[in-house]
Each structure stands twice: as structure tokens, then as C-alpha cells.
Design a protein around this ligand. Structure first.
Ligand SMILES: *Cc1c(COP(=O)(O)O)cnc(C)c1O
Length: 402
């Protein structure tokens, strides 16, 4: 099999990318996941589904998002040309709307009465509440009480958008408890509800579904870059939390052996400081988490480790199974950017190009800024700018004493 057909066939029928992925869930849940997979495989082939999704991508999200040549930044660094895929310009300001619209529309086509999810910092919650308002399907979001108090703007937005926000007060009252709570509620009515996962993680078919909905990013970018430059970029980079914006960008480029793909994980306050980074593929090992086999950061006792990143969207102790596989076969290289480098990239992009990036996306920008000077001026780095940084402005201003 050639490499391109091999990638197109992934995952296999059991949801595996090599030895990663699968469905590590109790038997009754496996049936529920198999039903979602069968419905998805049928619905995604339907012309009316694809037409409605394409129409919403164009007229609602504002796709295609442009690819911008960051000339001043490139000149200042004195090396490769840096280009930005502007997912920050999407409605709601990030790539998450791509898969949230896909999931909300899928729920409608499946005849579900409700969509349910958890949210940590609230980014997934806002994108999903937006998509559900548009599609006209009730939405229930579980969020830890501690996060609710920290993330006021997103909490307000979810309420305005009409979703039912459930405050989770048990335990540490953050993301993990919100996942548990949302999942318990989901299991009360899996026939009437669709659980909308926020990245390319969880049991099969979610890593596949979310990837498919995000792959529009790379398809557009590849075509835009070819049309403009008559060639493909030398490097394509994206930040990696669960891995949805990265896999969305990489998928179209996987068969292009001459294009180097680089996923950028958060080194936080240092890779040698357990609990103070979130570099799962760099420092973790193969394991299991949230119903999938994937790289996992563990503490000494075999539990998921505490994680940290300056970007709350990247602090996850697991990572998508396809990324775990792509690391193993060497098709994608995974590197890191620290909190300090990320802050520097955030400020530099703001002041040199007038673009305030999300702190998540600034990790990929930091990698490009570090790499560009060692390359030639006729080489090109394409960065997925996954979201805008309005949400991070107060935090950065406080951190830097602005
Ligand atoms: C949530 C988020 C991420 C991280 O999620 P992935 O699934 O790894 O893409 C990255 N960038 C932005 C702007 C986000 O909101």
C-alpha cells in the first residue's frame, strides 16, 4: 500500500491507528460507540449533510480562512518565510467551531434530542453552545465550579447562547470532575443524547469524527499555498493539546513526504519539572486514558499526572491516538515551546503584525520564530494560528505588568 492510501484508510474498523486508539470502555458503552460510528459513516456520505455543513462553513464560520504571509515577522527574524492559517478569524475566534458544527449537525441528522459535553476553560463550551443555538438543538454543558469562577466571560457567553450550564462541585471541581459528571448524565440517556467531545480524543469513533470535521483546515491551506506560491511549504506547524487543530492541519499534508510536519507541545515551566508542563508525546509513555490507547503523562502511581501550561487549552495529560501513531512512525515530529517563549511570541506577533494570538496558538508561533533564523529566505513555514487571543489579553497584561 502506498503511504497516501494507508493514511486515508485510518483508523481501521476497530478504531486503531497502529496500536493506538480503540474503544477501552465497558461493553454497554462499546455498543453505544459502535452505533454512533455506524450512524456517522452513513450520514457523512449523504450529500444533504455535506452540503449543509459546507454551507455553514462558508456563510456562518466565514471559511475559507485566509493564509497570511507574516512579512514583517519573517524579515525581522532573517530566515524562512512565516505564513499563518487564520483560524482566529473564524466566527467565535478559533478552530473549535469546525468540529462543534459537525457534531451538532450530526446530532440533528441522528435525531438526537440533546447534545452534552464538559468544558474546562469554557472554549469548547462556548463553541458548542454556539453551534447548538444555530442548529436548534438543546445543549447541556458541565463545568467545574472552580473553572466557573475563573472563566467568567465564557460562562456568561454560554448562558446568553441558551445552553444549560451545570456547575460541578464535587472533588477538585475542575475539568476531570466535569468530565465524570457529564458522562454520568450522558449514560442516563445515550439514545436521545450525543456526547460532543472537544478534541481528537476519547473512544472510537470520536478521534476519527473530530479529525474529519477539522480536516477542512489543511485542505484549504494546502490549496491556498499551492495557488499562491506554486509549491508546498517546507514546514507545517501547529500546537498540540488533545490535537484537533494540529490533525486538522496535518491531514491534507500527510502524503506529501517533502513537507515536514511539526506538532508543538507545551513545555510549561520546564520538561524537567513533573506537573509543570504538559508535553505528553515528548515526556509520556503509551498507556490508556478516557477510553483510548495513547501517550499518557503519568505520576509515579500509574494515574494521569498533574499538568500545566500557560495556555489552558493545552493542559491535558493524554493526546489523540493518531498523533501517538504519527510520532511512532516518525511522520510528524513533536517539539515543545515553554511558557516564556510562548509569552514572547504572543507579544511579538501582536506588535510586529497586529495579530493577537491565543496563547495556545502562540506555542506554534514560538516554534516558527525559533526555527526560521536557521532556514533560508526561500523556505516557508506554515503555522496554524488556531485562535485569537482576546480571551488571554487580561492574563498577559497582568503577567507582564502592562
Ligand atoms: C482548545 C484550543 C486548542 C487545543 O486543542 P487541540 O484539540 O489540541 O487543537 C488550541 N488552540 C485554541 C485556540 C484552542 O481554543
Amino acid at each position: 500500500m502506498s503511504q497516501s492510501t494507508e493514511f486515508a484508510a485510518m483508523p481501521d474498523e476497530h478504531g486503531f491507528f497502529g496500536s493506538y486508539g480503540g474503544q477501552f470502555v465497558p461493553p454497554h458503552l462499546k455498543q453505544v460507540m459502535d452505533d454512533i460510528n455506524a450512524a456517522y459513516d452513513e450520514i457523512r456520505r449523504r450529500a444533504d449533510f455535506q452540503q449543509e455543513l459546507a454551507g455553514l462553513f462558508a456563510d456562518y464560520v466565514g471559511r475559507p480562512s485566509p493564509v497570511f504571509h507574516a512579512r514583517r515577522l519573517s524579515d525581522q527574524l532573517g530566515g524562512a518565510q512565516i505564513h499563518l492559517k487564520r483560524e482566529d478569524l473564524n466566527h467565535t475566534g478559533a478552530h473549535k467551531i469546525n468540529h462543534c458544527l459537525g457534531e451538532a449537525l450530526l446530532a440533528k441528522f441522528m435525531g438526537k434530542r440533546r447534545v452534552i459535553a464538559e468544558t474546562g476553560a469554557g472554549q469548547h463550551g462556548v463553541a458548542l453552545a454556539t453551534a447548538c443555538a444555530l442548529v436548534g438543538i438543546p445543549c447541556e454543558i458541565h463545568m467545574g465550579q472552580v473553572d466557573i469562577e475563573k472563566e467568567h466571560p465564557n460562562v456568561i457567553k454560554m448562558k446568553i447562547l441558551g445552553c444549560k450550564l451545570v456547575a460541578v462541585t464535587r472533588g477538585a471541581a475542575t475539568l476531570k470532575e466535569a468530565v465524570d459528571s457529564a458522562f454520568e448524565e450522558y449514560l442516563k440517556d445515550p439514545e436521545g443524547t450525543l456526547y460532543a467531545i472537544g478534541s481528537v480524543v476519547g473512544p472510537h469513533p470520536f478521534p476519527k469524527m473530530v479529525r474529519d470535521f477539522q480536516s477542512i483546515v489543511g485542505r484549504e491551506a494546502r490549496e491556498q499555498f499551492l495557488a499562491r506560491h506554486g509549491r508546498l511549504p517546507d514546514y507545517v506547524s501547529a500546537c498540540v493539546g488533545g490535537g484537533s487543530n494540529a490533525i486538522g492541519m496535518f491531514t491534507a499534508f500527510l502524503p506529501d513526504a517533502d513537507v515536514s510536519l511539526v506538532g508543538v507541545e507545551p513545555a510549561g515551566e520546564g520538561l524537567d519539572r513533573p506537573g509543570r508542563h504538559s508535553a505528553t508525546l515528548t515526556k509520556g509513555r503509551p498507556g490508556q486514558l478516557h477510553g483510548m490507547a495513547c501517550y499518557v503523562l503519568e505520576d509515579g502511581q500509574g494515574n494521569p499526572a498533574a499538568v500545566h501550561s500557560i495556555a489552558s487549552g493545552l493542559d491535558y495529560p493524554g493526546v489523540g491516538p493518531q498523533h501517538s501513531y504519527l510520532k511512532e512512525i516518525g511522520r510528524v515530529v513533536y517539539d515543545v515551546a515553554s511558557d516564556a517563549e510562548t509569552l514572547d511570541a504572543f507579544m511579538t506577533l501582536s506588535r510586529v503584525e497586529g495579530i493577537i494570538p491565543a496563547l495556545e496558538s502562540a506555542h506554534a508561533v514560538a516554534w516558527a520564530m525559533r526555527t526560521a533564523p536557521s532556514l533560508r529566505a526561500d523556505q516557508h513555514i506554515l503555522v496554524n494560528l488556531s485562535g485569537r487571543g482576546d480571551k488571554d489579553a487580561d492574563y498577559v497584561a497582568q503577567k507582564l505588568g502592562l
